[in-house]
Design a protein around this ligand. Structure first.
Ligand code: SAH
Length: 257
């Protein structure tokens, strides 16, 4: 079985997401790190350190930096749930990010939001590099891995009648300090950014990864579709779909060693 001195850090925003992953780990030990509980152990023979960061960009970025510094991590992973933006996607589908954008970072000019690269002043000529992109070879490997994954059907009381198999795909994921519960915003985010999903942490951890020179992989199973019903769908589906992200992560993790 593979082992390594440098573990992978896994950041989960919420307890449901962390629990789905901790259930699959062995040789588990728990430590506290600046008020955060960190679970150390192995996932299929790979060393991982997992922590529940709390929701939002600051909480997840602080946790990512702490884990990277304390454990000398080889890479950063965010695992959990998200709202779907692409109307082709269903609740329970899973997106692996090839590109991450902080959709709330930029220059607000009248009604127009001009995205900028986080960390630079939101004026001037930096706007073109606003996305954090994965390395092309890692994208290729993750694309092949995604095609091999078969997720189990959702429980019968949650699955839509006649629904197709759950999809696992590569896509662009947006992050911002807002829970999206609006059809107008869902449509705007999908068309303006060409994105598949929206959540509140991934692109903040991508910024930390860029600073530290570490790869960042974000895996998100859809708990809602970010539109008018997302405030109802999120609590209904979060516990049922969180294990989907953990299942996908289990396959993806092999590509980070
Ligand atoms: N704990 C709160 C809600 C958490 S916010 C509650 O009990 O109501 C939603 C969490 O899931 C965030 O961590 C975010 O990353 C993800 N998420 C799921 N759907 C989302 C959406 N529609 N918009 C933004 N983030 C979403």
């Amino acid at each position: 079985m593979p082992t390594s001195a440098a573990p992978l850090a896994v950041i989960c925003a919420m307890a449901e997401e962390e629990a789905a992953l901790a259930e699959l780990m062995v040789h588990v030990e728990t430590r506290m790190l600046l008020g955060r509980r960190v679970v150390l152990g192995q996932l299929d023979g790979h060393d991982v350190v997992v922590s529940e960061s709390g929701v939002g960009k600051v909480a997840s970025a602080v946790t990512a930096a702490l884990l990277a510094h304390e454990f000398g991590c080889r890479g950063l992973v965010v695992s959990g749930v998200a709202g779907g933006l692409d109307p082709a996607l269903h609740i329970g589908d899973t997106v692996i990010a090839h590109s991450l954008v902080q959709h709330d970072y930029g220059h607000l000019q009248d009604a127009a939001m001009i995205p900028f690269r986080p960390g630079v002043p939101p004026l001037g000529e930096h706007r073109r590099d606003y996305a954090f992109e994965l390395a092309p070879d890692l994208i290729d490997r993750l694309t092949r891995a995604a095609a091999e994954i078969d997720l189990p059907d959702l429980p019968a009381d949650l699955a839509a009648p006649g629904e197709r198999r759950r999809r696992v795909l590569m896509g662009r994921i947006l992050s911002g300090d807002q829970f999206i519960n609006s059809e107008v915003v869902r449509r705007r985010l999908h068309t303006e950014f060409g994105a598949q999903a929206v959540e509140m942490e991934g692109a903040a951890v991508a910024q930390v990864g860029a600073l530290l020179g570490l790869p960042v992989v974000v895996v998100r199973c859809l708990s809602d579709l970010a539109g008018a019903d997302s405030h109802l769908d999120f609590p209904r589906f979060v516990a049922a779909v969180a294990p989907g992200a953990a299942t996908v992560l289990r396959r993806v993790i092999r590509e980070l060693w």
